[in-house]
Design a protein around this ligand. Sequence first.
Ligand SMILES: CC(C)(COP(=O)(O)OP(=O)(O)OC[C@H]1O[C@@H](n2cnc3c(N)ncnc32)[C@H](O)[C@@H]1OP(=O)(O)O)[C@@H](O)C(=O)NCCC(=O)NCCS
Length: 186
Amino acid sequence: MRDLGGPVRDPGRLRLLRERARDDEAIEAMNETAFGPDRQHKTVYRLREDVKPISELCFVAIDQKGRMVASLRNWPIQINEKWPAILLGPLAIAPELRGLGYGKALMWHSMAQSRMLGHSRIILVGDPEYYNQFGFRRDLALNIQLPGWVEERRFLALELVAGAMIGVHGMIGKWQPKKRAGRKKR
Ligand SMILES: CC(C)(COP(=O)(O)OP(=O)(O)OC[C@H]1O[C@@H](n2cnc3c(N)ncnc32)[C@H](O)[C@@H]1OP(=O)(O)O)[C@@H](O)C(=O)NCCC(=O)NCCS
């Protein structure tokens, strides 16, 4: 075990679960702590307004006392109204459990599940110093734009399928569910 130079922070076994309805409040509180109240004004939040996250791709880690200690959500977006993609985030780990590998575990799990569900590309705005290790790259996002200001160096993309960003260009927009012809409105 790594010597952390202080009291050993070992929460014991954590459970990784799909997010449940009752986790919502704790997740909001954790994201508020991690990203501050101004987070709602960020450009990526515009893409999330009135759009539900992809429920199969929202995960929480629960400790042995039943507390939610980590959360990762993913949202559907589309690029140039043509290319579906995932907008990854927010990702947050409880402050007392940071640096122990749980962020990494959630990221790899989420990316694997995304691929299993048939997704081929992921976009995010985050620290390249952290996200490069998962394969997120700035150069893959050079031909796409967000509908608002973003710190360029933090705007990254990942191909879950090799070549999935080739030729992909244009403005990222909110996910628009396709209207199915011939179905009655309810
Ligand atoms: C960033 C965050 C999600 C990382 O999760 P974590 O569980 O603390 O990170 P991990 O233990 O999985 O880190 C894995 C590796 O990334 C490194 N790392 C962690 N945070 C980092 C950061 N912000 N920048 C660069 N590297 C980082 C760790 O040193 C570790 O390196 P190692 O594998 O060589 O030891 C977490 O610290 C957090 O919630 N921070 C506040 C919210 C936030 O900033 N979220 C997203 C970043 S934009």
